[in-house]
Design a binder for this molecule. Structure first.
Ligand SMILES: CC(C)(COP(=O)(O)OP(=O)(O)OC[C@H]1O[C@@H](n2cnc3c(N)ncnc32)[C@H](O)[C@@H]1OP(=O)(O)O)[C@@H](O)C(=O)NCCC(=O)NCCS
Length: 207
């Protein structure tokens, strides 16, 4: 697996997290996540059946990153050095200065504010370093956690596509969210600064 650093892959840090490029030792946690039906409930993707599938997926991700076509960060707990999820700009449409974001955490780490914490520097990086004008997020309409997360950050619901996504013999609807750089700067930064003015211990909320 290539883990070459690329122009658009920089380690990001938050009070509780390190967001970094994937390395070989992430594969077992990634397999745990990608083979877990709970984590994948609304993702409409096939589960990995063995670790070789996860390795192949990660090799493909690294190839795309090396080519400058996408960016994926491993989300690691800073104090525990534990891999707990991923966040990515997995589709990057350069001519439109737009990318689609994707994210996933192992269920044991949900509802601790960790993805909210991770998305701030990732979005900031996308707008500031990748030159994005807008970020898209595509969710299953019933994925209430993801939708609430996006709305908390400032994403705006722009559309509901009916039966536009075919998986396992079923046509699924999609809700499409978007965040413009101007809105991110104007609104989300204020929210984030407010959030981090509160005293956050380095491992707050993590058992
Ligand atoms: C979606 C997901 C990443 C959320 O991550 P998380 O770290 O649990 O989210 P946070 O704790 O940062 O929550 C931030 C906000 O999102 C909303 N939220 C998160 N989980 C929620 C839930 N289960 N129900 C309702 N709102 C929820 C809340 O508004 C929350 O803010 P609050 O805690 O102040 O109320 C996580 O549930 C996950 O990995 N799900 C499986 C993969 C997935 O669906 N990915 C998205 C694909 S589009």
């Amino acid at each position: 697996m290539s883990t070459t650093n690329t122009q658009f892959m920089q380690t990001l840090e938050t009070p509780r997290l390190i967001l970094r490029r994937p390395i070989e030792r992430d594969v077992s946690k990634l397999f745990e996540m990608r083979s877990d039906p709970i984590t994948s409930e609304y993702l409409n993707c096939d589960l990995d059946e063995d670790i070789e599938q996860t390795q192949a997926w990660l090799a493909d991700v690294c190839k795309k990153m090396d080519a400058g076509d996408s960016v994926l960060w491993i989300i690691e707990l800073r104090e525990q050095n534990e891999t707990i999820g991923t966040v990515s700009f997995w589709r990057w449409v350069k001519e439109h200065y737009r990318a689609e974001i994707g994210y996933r955490l192992l269920p044991g780490f949900w509802r601790k504010g960790l993805m909210f914490e991770a998305l701030w520097p990732v979005l900031s990086y996308g707008f500031d370093r990748m030159g994005l004008h807008s970020v898209e997020a595509n969710t299953h309409p019933e994925n209430l956690a993801s939708r609430a997360l996006l709305e908390k950050i400032g994403f705006v619901l722009e559309g509901h596509f009916v039966e536009n996504y075919f998986h396992n013999g079923i046509f699924h609807d999609s809700t499409i969210y978007s965040l413009l750089k101007s809105r991110f700067i104007a609104q989300t930064r204020i929210e984030f600064n407010h959030h981090y003015r509160e005293p956050l211990g380095p491992a707050e909320g993590i058992e």
